[in-house]
Design a protein around this ligand. Structure first.
Ligand code: SF4
Length: 332
């Protein structure tokens, strides 16, 4: 018997998969990868996930969800949460995709680490029921941490798993999960906080701007706004400015043909990537923002190099740094 477990790498998902694996079921831990989730780079993320999946006694599979998931972010039928987090539609999307995957793999049911009442928007009973119905997964989801608070699922009814070995956890306290982790010898697990950029206010503002002006965005566009300060220079042009050397290098790696790059000459300063349609006015605006974040002496003009990729030849412009009110007017 095989089951597919939705796996974030957080403690609840480790415990849920492990409780079912300990009942002799082959568990595949399914991690959905999008540019919005995961605090670490790909390599570190994979090694953390492999470590946590092994503690869950599950085999890790990572699936990329970016393209299909973007539609959920742009048009969530059930709306957004406090920020740009489309939690209900996100869960529906994940369960639907996981069900398709389950059928393809010949698995018999799904496992989730959901705990009744733990999250305000998506883990209340009526919301969980709504999500189950919309994703066409009723009765095939086992929630090992809260299973005894729900009517028995098909795997429990048919005796594939023993309901008595599942739990009735409820609410926001982490104590029961931590106690269970201790009992099962599970030690390494990431902090549950964070992880979804869509729930972050600053990132949500940048995303809203992108949904408004660039509806056909791709993963590269999102990685770009993750890597610096964002300025909306015109409906068709924006500038992203690195905050440190790491971000400056990231931005240069992400630059595509037709993007502009901006940098200071002779004085330390950030890198900026301009994306969209740039004319003399927007180039001047972008250069003055780069000057504003450079180590320029007060009252002085800065020379800024800029070029349109993939051209190798820099052009130069001399500008005064942007004033505070000019900056506020365009900063996202
Ligand atoms: S917080 Fe993010 S990952 Fe979690 S359900 Fe909401 S949108 Fe999805």
């Amino acid at each position: 018997m095989k089951a597919v477990s939705l796996f974030s790498g957080g403690l609840d998902s480790i415990l849920a998969a492990r409780l079912i694996a300990d009942q002799g079921i082959d568990v595949e831990a399914l991690y959905f990868k999008t540019v919005f989730w995961g605090k670490y780079d790909d390599k570190l993320n994979r090694s953390l996930l492999e470590n946590t999946a092994s503690q869950a006694k599950a085999e890790l599979t990572i699936i990329e969800a970016d393209k299909a998931y973007f539609d959920v972010v742009k048009n969530p039928a059930h709306g957004y949460g406090k920020n740009l987090n489309p939690c209900i539609d996100c869960r529906i999307f994940i369960l639907k995709t996981a069900k398709e995957y389950m059928l393809k793999r010949g698995a018999s049911f799904l496992i989730t680490g959901e705990v009744l009442g733990q999250r305000p928007m998506s883990q209340h009973r009526h919301v969980l029921n709504k999500i189950e119905n919309a994703s066409e997964t009723p009765d095939i989801i086992v929630r090992p941490l809260s299973a005894r608070l729900f009517k028995p699922s098909i795997p429990e009814q048919r005796g594939w798993i023993d309901r008595e070995r599942l739990f009735a956890m409820e609410g926001r306290s982490r104590k029961p999960q931590l106690a269970l982790a201790k009992k099962l010898g599970i030690k390494d697990f990431p902090n549950p906080a964070g992880g979804c950029l869509l729930a972050d206010k600053i990132f949500s503002d940048k995303m809203r701007d992108m949904i408004k002006y660039e509806r056909d965005f791709q993963a590269n566009d999102i990685n770009l706004i993750k890597s610096g300060r964002v300025f909306r220079l015109s409906p068709k042009a924006k500038l992203i400015v690195g905050r440190n050397e790491k971000q400056n290098n990231l931005l240069l790696d992400l630059a595509r043909d037709m993007d502009y790059s901006f940098k200071t000459v002779d004085i330390p300063g950030p890198v900026g990537i301009g994306r969209g349609c740039f004319g003399a006015d927007t180039i001047h605006k972008a250069a003055s923002i780069i000057a504003r974040y450079s180590d320029l002496e007060p009252g002085m003009k800065a020379n800024i190099f800029y070029k349109k990729h993939p051209c190798d030849i820099d052009e130069s412009i001399s500008v005064m740094p942007a004033k505070e009110d000019e900056l506020i007017a365009v900063r996202i």
